[in-house]
Design a binder for this molecule. Sequence first.
Ligand SMILES: Nc1ncnc2c1ncn2[C@@H]1O[C@H](COP(=O)(O)OP(=O)(O)OP(=O)(O)O)[C@@H](O)[C@H]1O
Length: 354
Amino acid sequence: MSLTKEDIEAALAGVQDPATGGDIVAAGRIKALTVDGDAVRFVLEVPGEMAKGYERTRGEAEARVKALGASSVSAVMTAHSNKAPPDLGRSQKPKQPEPAQRVPGVDRILAVASGKGGVGKSTVSANLACALAAEGRRVGLLDADVYGPSQPRMLGVSGRPASPDGKTILPMRNHGVTMMSIGLMVGEGQAVVWRGPMLMGALQQMLLQVQWGALDVLIVDLPPGTGDVTLTLAQKTHVDGAIIVSTPQDVALLDARKGIDMFNQLKTPIIGMIENMSTHICTNCGHEEHIFGHGGVAAEAKKLGVPLLGEIPLHLDIRTAADGGAPIVVSKPESSQAQAFRQIARGLVAAGQA
Ligand SMILES: Nc1ncnc2c1ncn2[C@@H]1O[C@H](COP(=O)(O)OP(=O)(O)OP(=O)(O)O)[C@@H](O)[C@H]1O
């Protein structure tokens, strides 16, 4: 039986909204409703101050959709805080921007960004996290790539994170890395259609409501580009540094420059650049070739006055390892490809940056 969005909305319209007394569809609580065969996913966006009271509503909403014949139903609740009441001229003081928050227990936050999609930012984040863990660091990895969360697959983690007290979320752990991903909340392969405030809410929730424990470093795998998530992260959270991943290609470099500009404006220090897909070594004959050029990132880093942290080759094993849920640093630790990541990690530790 295949369900339609209309069927789901009609069923959800039977659930009462605690805040308005109407139904949750009319109250605009249901967002990002997707129906994939008979699997249904949606976000229940609730007022932050009433989040607890909505747990029952979420359960009821899930039950109603299940009763329609859905094989799996996933309702993710995001808290959306109401805006402060307008200041009607009572105070003329200019508003101070909120100070950037620190995540309790986390010593440093490193953002991994790229100007362009598909340059290997997630692969680098996963391997760097495992490499730092291999150096004995207490490492967390937050997959904030809300548009294409790939860390559950890369780190071989699945299942829905637990929240025993309904307030905090327990992170997952594999390969010595504590991790959380929006992908675990919505399921793999699910396109997420977040809108501004929801997106910020989800990011803040993952940063502040996940029980990260004591960490030396939390790596944040950002979505590509210079969008809302990166802005929110840099403005609301104290980010200690950004690492920019780029391929040597001109077009990727142009985008990387935009990313660097943005971090400069946000006053987030740039720790350095990583050239990914640098050289390709044929797995058959060992021939070395430069598919995307070589050295472009080194030249750009020099021009921009930021360090080049390392160069990662384009190698089949890096991709198969990432697809198989055990990054190359873990699955083939002695390989030269894994060593390229280990070297970057050692450099960061030596510089006191991770
Ligand atoms: N050095 C490499 N050698 C071989 N394959 C690589 C390498 N780096 C990344 N890949 C592969 O390229 C693809 C894209 O990589 P990845 O998902 O890490 O990029 P991304 O920049 O995070 O992409 P997105 O824009 O989707 O966030 C993946 O299949 C990955 O396994």
